[in-house]
Design a protein around this ligand. Structure first.
Ligand SMILES: [Zn+2]
Length: 247
């Protein structure tokens, strides 16, 4: 059994790799998710909640729901402020919490946002930057993770997204040449869909239908990642599993 820790910025970020997290949990691995903020500013105007702690509490419950649907462990809620984690004064506080979580979960694999954050959101970039910093500063960890991955949207897949499904929104895809790892999680797409439906404060029923269709068209039951850092042997070609090379 291996231990995997996903580190994201907001409740609902995990939907980017939901089926993959479900797959590894289903295979018997320990899969943990940390959300650095509670998404306290993620206002959907027609949902009826203003930005603030009440919205954050609703979103925390939505994330617990999503984790249950994915079959992974209860989320770690770090409760930093939405849109506030890129602030210099906060970065070291977040890093300290991540170090605690890595030691606590004995995570071997960390999955987080890359420099693109897929949408370019500053919180996404900051969460990924901080997780990377923590991974690199191994002297500060009692337990050292072995592999660090960035979630990626390959250019070739974005090209499959019809305009009607939101292709005109801001996305930051990466060149396919950067994709090191493609994980087949088709058997867990349904769990991923149920997890998406937990985030009712974020997406209207119509938008959820669009998102599921977008996920089907763009990702087709696959997760695409970049192996950013590792202490495992070099992969032999493109990986099909994030646990490759672990003892
Ligand atoms: Zn987000």
């Amino acid at each position: 059994m291996h231990s995997i820790l996903a580190v994201f910025a907001h409740p609902d970020d995990e939907t980017s790799v939901g089926p993959m997290l479900a797959r590894y949990a289903c295979e018997g691995h320990a899969v943990y998710l940390a959300s650095v903020t509670s998404g306290q500013k993620g206002v959907r105007p027609d949902f009826g909640l203003a930005a603030g702690e009440e919205l954050g509490a609703v979103r925390e419950e939505e994330l617990r729901c999503a984790c249950r649907q994915l079959g992974i462990q209860e989320p770690f809620l770090l409760r930093f402020q939405d849109q506030g984690i890129a602030a210099p004064a906060v970065i070291e506080q977040v890093a300290a919490r991540l170090r605690e979580l890595i030691d606590q979960t004995r995570a071997e694999v960390i999955v987080t946002w890359g420099p693109d954050g897929i949408t370019g959101h500053p919180d996404h970039r900051a969460a990924g930057d901080i997780a990377t910093l923590v991974f690199q500063q191994q002297r500060l960890l009692r337990h050292t993770p072995r592999k660090l991955y960035y979630v990626a949207l390959p250019e070739s897949r974005l090209a499959e997204m019809p305009d009607t499904l939101g292709r005109n929104r801001t996305f930051y895809p990466v060149s396919d040449a950067f994709i090191t790892t493609q994980v087949d999680c088709r058997e867990h797409v349904e769990a991923g869909r149920r997890a998406v439906e937990c985030h009712k404060s974020q997406w209207s029923p119509e938008r959820m239908v669009q998102m599921k269709e977008m996920s089907r068209r763009v990702f087709g039951g696959q997760a695409f990642l970049r192996l950013a850092l590792r202490s495992t042997p070099p992969p032999d070609g493109r990986e099909t599993c994030i646990l490759e090379g672990l003892d």
